[in-house]
Design a protein around this ligand. Structure first.
Ligand code: C2E
Ligand code: CA
Ligand code: CA
Ligand code: CA
Length: 278
């Protein structure tokens, strides 16, 4: 074995060990986080594109790590999915969002939708039942809840998927198709599934107004959504040009840093209480 080869081997081992150690650290950290309640939710407003009124919010998870500070879901969701911890984490998110809705309901707010992200592992036959149980546990109206699912979940097995979705919408809970346009899938499924809202992925919003492809894709999604009587929301709206373009095209709602970052619960509650139009 040449020196060079053994050298690169050693490097590889060190890197591998570091990666494995990092994953184990995250995984055991996530288990502890569930036990010690280290997660919290931020709420990013969804805004009516015409009135500027806040219509609801997307609940976004954060991890308050005791040593490493606030950790973004981008850092831990994929490991949580691989280890099935995502099931417990998403159950915590659903429960916490419903508990918060109950607090708002008790404070006299009229219901507004809180959108919760559903991961692929969670999208099973028992989903509607788990949602119903959460609504029942907290005694809240289904008008408080929306689920964001992704295209890839719909491609698994069509019949089972339609059944799961129908059970959820039958509860009065709305369904949004998240990251829309990134799934490379046939559009024919849109007819079959009981979806309320299409959520245009941020990657198509980014290039507006200069990138003609992004403009074309965003416009096409908006016009298709309207003709199919779905609502349509754009995520990741960061500037006035994007906003003006989406408004002109007839997009219904907007979410993004232009209006608001994800907010902690107190700041978001203030926003709703003051009926501030963004
Ligand atoms: P997503 O569902 O596409 O959520 C939107 C992400 O875009 C959020 O990132 C949000 O903070 C960010 N964002 C919002 N407006 C803007 C903007 O104007 N510009 C830019 N650059 N970004 C914007 P976040 O909170 O880091 O979440 C990342 C992803 O993690 C989410 O993407 C979602 O897939 C996942 N996630 C977040 N919370 C949960 C959860 O409770 N459960 C599950 N399963 N996944 C979650
Ligand atoms: Ca989402
Ligand atoms: Ca999204
Ligand atoms: Ca996205």
């Amino acid at each position: 074995q040449s020196e060079k080869a053994s050298g690169s081997y050693a490097f590889y081992d060190v890197e591998m060990n570091r990666m494995i150690a990092g994953r184990l650290y995250l995984e055991s950290g996530l288990r502890r986080a569930l036990q010690r309640d280290e997660f919290f939710l931020l709420y990013q407003p969804k805004v009516d594109i015409h009135s500027g009124q806040v219509l609801g919010a997307e609940a976004l998870i954060r991890w308050a790590h005791p040593k490493d500070g606030i950790i973004s879901p981008i850092e831990f969701i994929s490991i949580a999915e691989e280890t099935n911890l995502i099931l417990q984490i998403d159950a915590w998110v659903l429960d916490t969002a419903c508990a918060q809705a109950r607090i708002w309901q008790d404070a006299g707010f009229a219901p507004f939708r809180i959108a919760v992200n559903v991961s692929a592992k969670e999208f099973t036959d028992s989903l509607a039942e788990r949602v119903q149980q959460a609504l029942h546990r907290h005694q809240i109206s289904p008008l408080w809840l929306e689920l964001e699912i992704t295209e890839s979940m719909l491609m698994q097995n069509a019949e089972g998927v339609v059944k799961i979705m129908s059970e959820i919408t039958a509860l009065g809970v709305k369904l949004a198709l998240d990251d829309f346009g990134t799934g490379y899938s046939s559009l024919s499924y849109l007819k079959k599934f009981p979806i309320d809202t299409l959520k245009i992925d941020r990657s198509f919003i980014q290039g507006i107004p200069d990138d003609i492809d992004d403009c074309a894709i965003a416009s096409a999604i908006i016009s298709m959504a309207k003709q199919m009587k779905h609502r349509v929301i754009a995520e990741g709206v960061e500037n006035r040009e994007q906003f003006a373009f989406l408004q002109k095209m007839g997009c219904d709602e907007i979410q993004g840093y232009l209006f608001s970052r994800p907010l902690n619960v107190d700041v978001f509650t203030d926003l709703i209480a003051k009926k501030i139009s963004l």
